[in-house]
Design a protein around this ligand. Structure first.
Ligand code: SF4
Length: 194
């Protein structure tokens, strides 16, 4: 069973999947970057802000729910969502100042939506992404449609393909490599970073 986090890391870089899931090389403790800082932010938010519900939403708040999908062979944790009478709305917090939704967040929300729909039997049509850092806060409403879900499923398939075929995928050097935990052993990262 593949985790949502594994798929998000594959969006970050497909070689990440290869080193972690095929070679079985553990991520170093000092790993930095958006994935880990985001997790820390989740943990703080879960303890301090569990009652937050976006304006104009009425429903039951659910936090830290772990879900499985037999259909997609997938497991993931939804940190926060609101279950209304006719839909489920995802709340995703990011420890960042950015104002737009990156691919990794699109895939994360798409996969979480599929897990929620399968487990709760209600549609997920929207999500709120809350960017917060250094007293800056920006809340973005995101439409969750079939295009988003199809893209998330394509990334899930790509991740499974790397794991099942064990063929090392291609990638190229860019700013991601600077803080990547695999940079010292990666054929791309090791040639370009110290
Ligand atoms: S060093 Fe760069 S290419 Fe290598 S796994 Fe990390 S992000 Fe990917």
């Amino acid at each position: 069973m593949i985790t949502v986090t594994t798929v998000i890391e594959n969006v970050f870089c497909p070689k990440f999947t290869y080193y972690g899931m095929v070679m079985g090389i553990k991520q170093y403790e000092e790993k930095r970057g958006t994935v880990m800082s985001g997790r820390r932010h989740h943990n703080v938010a879960e303890k301090t802000n569990t009652s937050y519900v976006p304006k104009n939403l009425r429903g039951r708040k659910i936090t830290s729910v772990k879900m499985y999908s037999k259909k997609y062979d997938l497991v993931g944790i939804v940190d926060e969502c609101i279950v209304t009478s006719d839909e489920i709305v995802i709340i995703e917090r990011k420890h960042a100042k950015q104002q737009h939704i990156h691919d990794s967040v699109t895939v994360q929300i798409g996969l979480l939506a599929l897990l929620l729909e399968e487990n709760f039997g209600k549609p997920v049509k929207s999500a709120y992404v809350i960017f917060a850092k250094d007293h800056n806060r920006n809340e973005i409403a995101v439409s969750v449609d079939q295009t988003m879900k199809n893209y998330a499923l394509a990334m899930l398939d790509e991740t499974k393909k790397i794991i099942n075929t064990t063929v090392m995928p291609d990638s190229s050097y860019d700013s991601r490599c600077v803080n990547c935990c695999y940079r010292k052993i990666c054929d791309v990262g090791s040639l370009n970073t110290t």
